[in-house]
Design a protein around this ligand. Structure first.
Ligand code: ARG
Length: 442
């Protein structure tokens, strides 16, 4: 097969590890010089050769094709400085090298993604702040349940993404372990100084077991899981944006540039960006399953299967980054339509629980109160009335306990503002939430 080399190689998809590879090789070379495994003059040649390749790569130059990026860089180095370049690979194997490259690369990207998440959270919090006076129905089972502040709703997402960031932080700790020096699988007989390499490459720890170090991809799986969970949270948010944009809800508008028209129906604005983000979750979840499947059942130590780790890792990474950028821009343009959210609170008897609570505060056991209010709602439905359209007389038909102050319980602002429990939807509590999360987002 003519393309056999191409088939077993990874050059078509591991090129983006080039910079990490060279940075790793420079540190490795410095360590070889420090430990006198190679002499200083050879080390100097190698490092200046690697630096020149790095510069060219950064300028956008494409390195000639080889089996993989590691061979490509080594061959290029030897082309530039001669056979002394071959000394770079002393006390090392591509097995510990590729594991190192991926860790260097992901450490950087974890930080980038954390920043993107943070930016999106700030937008959410800003929107919450701006819309603190908007009250809308809260749902369970997508049925009108109880009124909540729109800000409270947005801040729920800020919390999800806060956990996503914490997970990334945690994943970073386990990515921050240097495998270099494990060589092919057994370690090396050269008297290397792994701590020194770790210091040069800014790794907190070095791996404890060479067999594990060259074959472990937990950190990559964990990373893609973090991507999948971010994608999942994005689908929830996008789903709500899509619903809220539907004229039946009409709660929000977003800038036209995040929607598109229909080729046949002139009236339409479709929420394409939100839909595409929702759809991207499919491939990102797929990336996680792919990676888990690649890593499963592999005997120790390195197996070439592991080469297939890169496409799913990069795919999940690229798509999550794109989604986070788009969702942030889209959310910046989000505006609530107050009349619509308000109108919606009139449907679905969302004050019913307040009436039950009113009775309960007046010593009626909650279960009894629940039954009573159920009857009141049925009565309202029968007579096409809202809860605040009943007279006190009508209320008293159900219970003599009702006094005129029942109508205070039906006022939207009152309903939300009495949810004073920590984490509840009262204005006070929501303002506290904003304050707390803002502190974390600094
Ligand atoms: N391209 C390989 C990978 O991505 C590098 C390691 C190759 N190691 C080997 N023993 N063939 O995993």
């Amino acid at each position: 097969m003519q393309n056999f080399d191409q088939f077993i190689g990874s050059f078509s998809f591991d090129g983006r590890l080039g910079e990490s590879d060279i940075i790793g090789s420079i540190a490795h070379t410095k360590m070889l010089v420090k430990t006198k495994i190679i002499n200083a003059s050879d080390g100097k040649k190698i490092i200046s050769g690697l630096t020149s390749v790095l510069k060219d790569i950064r300028k956008g130059w494409s390195i000639p094709k080889e089996e993989d990026i590691h061979y490509a860089i080594e061959k290029e180095l030897i082309r530039r400085i001669g056979i002394v370049g071959g000394k770079m690979h002393t006390a090392r194997s591509r097995n510990d090298q590729v594991a190192t490259d991926l860790r260097i690369y992901l450490k950087q990207e974890i930080t980038n993604i954390k920043n993107l998440v943070n930016t999106f959270q700030r937008t959410l919090v800003k929107k919450a702040d701006e819309n603190i006076d908007i009250i809308m129905p809260g749902f369970t089972h997508l049925q009108p349940a109880q009124p909540v502040l729109a800000a409270h709703h947005l801040l729920a997402y800020a919390q999800m993404f806060q956990r996503d960031k914490e997970r990334l932080y945690d994943c970073y700790k386990r990515t921050d372990i240097l495998p270099l020096g494990s060589a092919a699988l057994a370690g090396t007989s050269f008297k290397i100084d792994r701590q020194y390499t770790a210091k040069l490459l800014d790794f907190q720890n070095i791996s404890e077991n060479s067999l594990d170090a060259v074959s472990d991809r937990d950190f990559a799986v964990e990373f893609v899981f973090c991507m999948a969970l971010i994608a999942l949270h994005l689908t929830r948010f996008c789903e709500e944006m899509i619903l809220w944009m539907n004229p039946e809800f009409g709660y929000i508008t977003i800038d036209d540039k995040f929607t598109s028209g229909s080729s046949i129906m002139p009236q339409k604005r479709n929420p394409d960006c939100a839909e595409v983000i929702r759809g991207k979750s499919g491939r990102i979840f797929g990336d996680l399953i792919a990676l888990l499947t690649i890593a499963k059942s592999l005997p120790l130590a390195y197996n070439r299967d592991l080469q297939e780790d890169k496409p799913p890792v990069f795919d999940a990474l690229d798509n999550v980054k794109m989604c986070l950028k788009v969702i942030n821009e889209m959310t910046k343009s989000l505006k609530f339509v107050k009349e619509r959210t308000l109108k919606s609170t009139e449907k679905g008897f969302i004050a019913a629980t307040e009436i039950a609570d009113y009775l309960t505060r007046n010593n009626v056991p909650f279960r009894t109160a629940h039954g009573l209010v159920k009857d009141i709602v049925l009565y309202c439905k029968k007579h096409s009335k809202a809860l605040n359209e009943l007279s006190i007389k009508e209320y008293n038909k159900f219970s003599p306990i009702f006094k005129k102050d029942i109508f205070n319980c039906l006022d939207l602002k009152n309903i939300t503002n009495i949810k004073m429990s920590y984490g509840g939807t009262s204005r006070k509590s929501v303002i506290r939430q904003i304050k707390n999360i803002k502190r974390k987002l600094k």
